[in-house]
Design a protein around this ligand. Sequence first.
Ligand code: SF4
Length: 100
Amino acid sequence: MSVLDFITRQLTDDEWMNDAACKGMTHLFFPTPAERPQTRERREDAAREVCASCPVMVTCRDFARDQHEYGLWGGESEDERHSAGYRLIAPIGVRARQSG
Ligand code: SF4
């Protein structure tokens, strides 16, 4: 994370996170190192189910798009954000997954 990203994040209104339905479920929203594709699919499906009932889903999705976040936010994976034009800062795995 760059210094500019850090400062931007500090200035971002993140009170909406208090209403997140995913508290304590970080393992569902971010991959483990060398996660297999089938495991990723199952994990992201489970995360999307949590997001579907979350009261801050749209705010969360928009935050992740603006902040170039990794992981699944607001029911949207980093691949989906990338494809929608919200580029990751360093899309290490996305290009490999999307070129297959
Ligand atoms: S939309 Fe999903 S990732 Fe975002 S706060 Fe809600 S449960 Fe968490």
